[in-house]
Design a protein around this ligand. Sequence first.
Ligand SMILES: [Zn+2]
Ligand SMILES: [Zn+2]
Length: 787
Amino acid sequence: MDIAEAEVAPASALLRRVLAGIPSGENPVTHLTTLPVRPPRHQDWPEWVPDDVVSALRKSGVARPFSHQVEAAEHAWHGRHVVISTGTASGKSLGYQLPVLSTLTTRSRSTALYLSPTKALANDQLRSVTDLGLRRVRATACDGDTPIPERDWARDHANLIFSNPDMLHHAMLSAHQRWARFFRQLDYVVVDECHSFRGVFGSHVAVLLRRLRRVAAYYGASPTFVLASATTADPATFAQRLTGTECVAVTEDGSGRGARTVVLWEPPLLTEITGENGAPVRRSAGAEASRILADLVIEGARSLAFVTSRRGAELTAAGTRRVLADVDPELPERVAAYRAGFLPEERRELEAKLLSGELLGVASTNALELGIDIAGLDAVVLAGYPGTLASFWQQAGRAGRSTQDALVVFVARDNPLDTYLVHHPDAVLDRPVEAAVLDPANPYVLGPQLACAAAELPLRAEELASFGGDAAREVLATLVDDKLLRRRASGWYWTSRQRPHAQVGIRGGGNDQVMIVEAETSRVLGTVDSAAACATVHQGAVYLHQGASFVVDELDLDAGIALVHAENPEWSTSARDVTDIEVLETTSRQVFGDVTVCLGQVAVTSQVVGYLRRLPSGEVIDQVPLDLPERTLRTRAVWYTISDELLSGRLLSGREPGGAGLTSARIPGSLHAAEHAAIGLLPLFATCDRWDIGGVSTALHADTGEATVFVHDGHPGGAGFADRGHAALVPWLAATREAIVSCECPAGCPSCVQSPKCGNGNEPLDKAGAVAVLDTVLGEVRADLPV
Ligand SMILES: [Zn+2]
Ligand SMILES: [Zn+2]
C-alpha cells in the first residue's frame, strides 16, 4: 500500500536538515546521487483470466496489471517454470496469483502450494488471497503453529496451501500418502522471496524441492514452478539450481518508481575513546542513525531506520526519542521500535500508524524486511550494510514518493565491507545484485536429504542425476555402509520403520545442537550448533534472544545445554580461540610464479580459550580466560601461499620488480591483517555473513611449506562460500586491498583490518604490510592470467 502524499520537504531539504547539526570540519557524506523516476508500464489482463478473478482483483485496487506481471503469468499459464526478479513492492505476487487463481477457479481438483521463508510472509499472502473472496479458492495456512484439526482440513479440502519448507519437509513429504489428494493434482508450486534460500538452508531447500517434484511425479503430477525473487544477477541460473529444472526469467520491471536521493555516509573516527590495542573507532552507525532519524521526524518525514541487530533497533529508537524530547515533548511518542516476535495484528497496526503519519520514525531490524506491506515513505536510513545488495535495495525500496524524490541514507558500520562500499559507490549503485550461493551437492546436506528421499519412496538409480549424480552415489554408499539404507537391484531402501525426517534440520546445523535454557523458568530460548556453542554460549557470554538479553551461567557440552539468566549488561562479549588448520585434500591448485592459489577440503581445529568484554563504544573492558575442549570442523577453504623470497623482496620475479619487501618480523602481522580484511570483503562476492566464514594465516604452514592465508567456510562440508571466493579471487583481493587503503586510520582499526571475531585479540596486525602482501599476490596472479 502506498501512503498518501503529505506536505513534506524534498530530499535535498531533508538532507540539509540532517547535515545542519554536523560539526564543521566533519564531512560524513562520501557520495550523493539521485536515481531518476521510472514511469509504470501497464498491460491488459490476459484473456484466459476468468471474469470473476479480474473483477475481484480490480476491486482490490489493481486497475490493470504491470507488464512484468503479465509476462510471468503467461509463462506459468503455459506450463513454463518462471522466476520473476524485480524490485521491492513491484507487485510480484500478481505474477503467480493470475495463473494460480485462474486454474483453481476453473479446474475443480487442481491444487497449488505456496512456500516462503517466513510464516509472517505466508500469512500476509494468504490474507491478500482470502480478501479477494473467490468462491472456489479454498486457501489456508499450514505451518508449525497450525492446530491439528485445521491441518487435517487443509490436507483433505484446501486447494491452495500457504506454507514453508519446514512444513513441507516435516509433514507433507514425510507422510505423503496422507496428502495424496493434494499431490495428485498439484499444478503450481510458488516459491516466494527465493533469493533468501541460500547457504546451508538454501542447499537443503534445493534438495527438498527435488524431493517434492519426485513425490508429485509419483502421484502423476508435474507442477509448474513460479519463483519470486529480489532483483539478482542471473536469476534463471539461480532458479534452476534451486528447483533442479530450467526456468525462464522475467526481469523487466514494469512498475513505476519515484525518484530517490541516495547518500553514502561514513561516521567520523572518534578522538576521545579508543578500542582494542589502542586503535581508533568510529561513532557507531546506530548512534548516527538516531540523530538522522530525529532530524527527519522533526521535518515531519515518515521514516524507517534499518538496524542490523534487535538490540540496536531498540537503542536507536531510544536515542531518537532522547534527542526529540529536547525539541518537543510530543515528538518522542511518534517514534517506535519494531520488535521481532510481534504478532501479525501488532505488525499491521504499526504499519497503519506509520502510513497514516501517526508514527513518523520507526527503527527496525531486518525482521521488517520480509512481510511488511509498506512502500512510499519519505526517507529510509540503513544503519549498516544488510549483507546483500538484494536486502539493501529491498530496504531502500521502502522510500519513494510519486511527486518528489525521497531520501535514502546508508550509514557505514565500523567494518571493512561497509568502509569499502561507502568509498566505492559503484559497488552499491551500479553493481548487479549478487547471485545467491547454494550447494545442493554438499554431502552434509545430501546425506540426510537422501535418507529422507529414500524413506519417502525407494530411490532408483536413474533418479540420481537430479540429486547431483556422482555426489549422490558417494553419499548413498556411505548411508548403506552405515546400515541406514539397503541396496537392492531396484534401488536404495530405507530400512527402519521410523522415518528420518524429524532428525533432519533444514535450517543449517547438524543434529548436534546445544539448547539454550533459562534456568529459572526452564524455558528453551533457542539452539545453537554445537560447533558454534563454545564461541557463542560459553560461560559469561551475553546472548541476545528476540531483543532480550541473557547471560550464560554454565555451558554443559555433554548434556547439550547452556543455562542462562535474564540480564542486560552494558557490554557485549566475543570469544578468543586458538585455531589450527590442516589440508585434507586439494581439489584445485594453480601456480602463478611465486604465488599458489588452492581450493580444497580442510580440517579446522579450534579451542576457545577466553573472551573479551566490550562496551558499545568499542572500548574493551577486560579479557576472561575459559577452559573448553577442542572442536574440529571439516569444511572447504580457499588459500594462497607466497614464497619467502617474494615476501621479503629478495626475489625479482622478472615481470614486476620488487616483491613485498617485508622483514620476517612483519610477515605474521601482514598476513593476519590481509586475512581479516579478506574475510570482511568476501560477503561482497559470496552472499554470506562474515560470521559464516573464518580464516587462518601463518608465516609457515606445515602442509604448504610456505606463508599461507586460508579463508574457510564455517559450516560442516561448506556452503559454497570458499568456492565463490576462489572463483572471484582477483576482484575479491583487489576489493580487500581497496578497503584497507580507503580507511584513513594510521595503523589499523575495525573499519579495515581489525576483526571482532579474531581469536588472537587482533594481534599482530600490520596494515601497511597487508597492502604489500595483497599487491604482491595480485601482481603475480594478474601477470599470469590470460588477458
Ligand atoms: Zn582503519
Ligand atoms: Zn585474527
